[in-house]
Write a protein that binds this ligand. Structure first.
Ligand SMILES: [Zn+2]
Length: 116
């Protein structure tokens, strides 16, 4: 039976701004950086100094000098892994509830809470 590929559905992104992530595939594999922005409707995120693209800009009052600027391009969420701040490794994590009833992420490697 032939199956049509479904359109990309938004996944639940459990990464947040300021998380440290490691790129696990593609040209930027192995690079680490801080999440600058999560673009939920595209399942993508901006990671500091990763997936840089060159943009040519003209001098303008808002940007000041023109020229070539490097800018982060959105990276698919599936290409990055969260780096656990406790064990400093790219890990998998799951959601849990703390004693106070708050949602938190827990590292599957060191079993420590990622969100303090
Ligand atoms: Zn850990």
């Amino acid at each position: 039976m032939l199956r049509r590929k479904k359109p990309v559905e938004p996944v639940r992104i459990r990464l947040k701004k300021n998380d440290m992530v490691e790129v696990i595939s593609g040209k930027w594999q192995g690079r680490t950086g801080k999440v600058l922005k999560v673009i939920r409707d595209q399942n993508k995120l901006l990671v500091e100094k990763v997936n840089l693209i060159k943009r040519h800009t003209r001098p303008s009052p808002t940007t000041g000098q023109g020229g070539i600027v490097e800018k982060e391009a959105p990276l698919p969420v599936s290409k990055v892994k969260l780096i656990c701040p406790k064990c400093a490794a790219a890990t998998r994590f799951r959601m849990t509830k703390t004693a106070e009833g708050k949602k938190a992420r827990v590292c599957l490697k060191c079993k420590e809470l990622i969100d303090g």
